[in-house]
Design a protein. Structure first.
Length: 132
C-alpha cells in the first residue's frame, strides 16, 4: 500500500503528500501543559486540545515541533503513520532537514516493533526524497 507519494514538484520543495484527510476535528486545537502527565504529549479526542507532559520540556526544539504537528494531525488521521507523515511535511515546510524529521520521531519513541516500523517507514520516505 502506498501511504504517501512524493509530489512531482522539484526536489527543493521536499514535501510529502498524505492521503486526503479522513475526518476533521475542531480546527482550533490549542496547546496546554499538563504537569500531571509524565509522557510527551497527547490529544484530547473530544476537544482536539493538545496537552504536553513533563518529557516534552526536555525535548530539543525540532522534536517539540514534530510532536505538536504530529498531535495536530490527529484532527485528520487516526493512523500513526499518516500523522508522522503530516508532521514530517510540516517540518519540511518550516525548513527542517529530513534527518531532523526522522530523528525527532526516532529519539522520542519507546522501543517496540510497532514503533520501529513507524521509524523505518518514515526513514524510507525520507531516503526516497533525498535520492530523487
Amino acid at each position: 500500500e502506498n501511504i504517501a507519494t512524493i509530489e512531482s514538484e522539484p526536489i527543493k520543495s521536499r514535501t510529502v503528500q498524505v492521503f486526503d484527510k479522513e475526518f476533521v476535528k475542531p480546527k482550533k486545537t490549542g496547546v496546554q501543559s499538563n504537569p500531571n502527565y509524565s509522557g510527551i504529549a497527547y490529544t484530547d479526542q473530544k476537544t482536539g486540545r493538545i496537552y504536553t507532559g513533563l518529557k516534552f520540556k526536555q525535548l530539543p526544539y525540532c522534536a517539540k515541533v514534530f510532536v505538536i504537528e504530529h498531535e495536530r494531525a490527529h484532527r485528520f488521521y487516526e493512523d500513526e503513520h499518516k500523522t508522522d507523515l503530516y508532521a514530517m511535511n510540516e517540518l519540511l515546510k518550516k525548513g527542517f532537514s529530513l534527518f531532523q524529521c526522522v530523528d525527532s520521531l526516532k529519539s522520542n519513541l519507546s522501543i517496540s516493533i510497532e514503533n520501529q516500523n513507524r521509524i523505518q517507514k518514515l526513514y524510507t520516505i525520507a531516503k526516497n526524497i533525498d535520492h530523487e
